[in-house]
Write a protein that binds this ligand. Structure first.
Ligand code: GRG
Length: 296
């Protein structure tokens, strides 16, 4: 089977898990359920849950105790996109090739949809901790790590600095802070959560955290590159959005060629470290290369 076929198979598996966990209700609040379903079912690449699942398997994990965490990280990621697209932030009309949540359901519902997805992700992780007494320690630890990386010390922290840096010339150190927190933190969390739930040793978790940070940073630099080199048709969202929103990017700092070289170095380091784990990790290495050199 080719890498693309394997990836497709894994995306289908993640989509099945997400459908099983979607909240259900036919009562008065059903609009929020439609809106959550619309936002999360709209064809994202699912790279965070796939990275989590792969890291979990890498360290010998083989049960479905990980499932709520796979859903939770995609819910957190999707909420961040729904909120990021709002008129008060990036004000985008298209995402994943279709209307953004606020364009489809209104701004009020889009705010509530993001809130609901964030809340629901913790609801299902907490439920997993309650239901799996024997693994509660690892599950709690994983939930704590994800909470930190999605919050003030991670994605939200990075987004705050990003918003405050618009229209400004910022030092490279600040740009690094934004990229490492806004994007890389959740990608790092995906891998670390997989390792923790599989009961990897502390040094292994540390190594995975280091690998995740590099992959996450390279992923964001490629996002900066695609924003100027790709097209709306391929990306499913408008290009030149960084320019429109007066954001600083790696490409502005280093130019296209140097940014590409930086990605190469980060991916080389990440794959070298993955090989150090010395387990059957071919798909993970292929996945890293796909993520970093992706076209959308
Ligand atoms: C609003 C709290 C809050 C945070 C927003 C994630 C984010 C922070 C903003 C989204 C805009 C952006 C360019 C973020 C960088 C991360 C990134 C490249 C997101 C897109 O992730 P993909 O490519 O998207 O995995 P799909 O659609 O495939 O899931």
């Amino acid at each position: 089977m080719t890498f693309k076929d394997k990836l497709k198979q894994k995306q289908t598996m993640i989509n099945d898990v997400i459908s099983r966990y979607l909240p259900q209700s036919s009562s008065y609040q059903k609009t929020i359920l439609e809106s959550i379903s619309y936002s999360i079912s709209s064809g994202g690449k699912r790279i965070r849950p796939i990275l989590m699942e792969e890291t979990y398997r890498l360290f010998g994990g083989n049960s479905n105790v990980i499932d709520p965490f796979l859903v939770a990280i995609e819910m957190i990621h999707t909420y961040s996109l729904v909120h990021d697209d709002l008129p008060s932030l990036d004000n985008d009309d298209y995402r994943r090739g279709r209307l953004t949540t606020h364009k489809k359901f209104g701004e009020d519902m889009a705010i509530l949809t993001g809130d609901a997805m964030l809340n629901y992700s913790f609801e299902i992780m907490a439920q997993a901790c309650v239901n799996n007494e024997n693994e509660a320690r690892e599950l709690n630890k994983a939930m704590y790590f994800l909470a930190k990386k999605a919050g003030i010390y991670g994605m939200i922290g990075g987004q705050v600095v990003d918003v405050e840096s618009e229209n400004k010339d910022i030092p490279l150190e600040q740009l690094n802070f934004i990229h490492k927190h806004k994007t890389a933190a959740l990608i790092e969390a995906a891998m670390v959560v997989g390792a923790i739930i599989a009961k990897a040793q502390d040094e292994e978790v540390q190594l995975i955290s280091n690998i995740g940070q590099r992959i996450g940073l390279a992923f964001q630099i490629q996002d900066d590159i695609l924003d100027i080199t790709s097209s709306m048709q391929v990306l499913g969202k408008p290009i030149n959005s960084d320019n429109k929103n007066k954001k600083s990017t790696y490409v502005q700092y280093y130019g296209l060629e140097k940014s590409k070289e930086h990605i190469k170095k980060l991916s080389y380091d990440a794959t070298r470290k993955i090989k150090m784990i010395n387990k059957n990790n071919t798909f993970l290495i292929e996945l890293v290369n796909y993520l970093i050199y992706r076209e959308k």
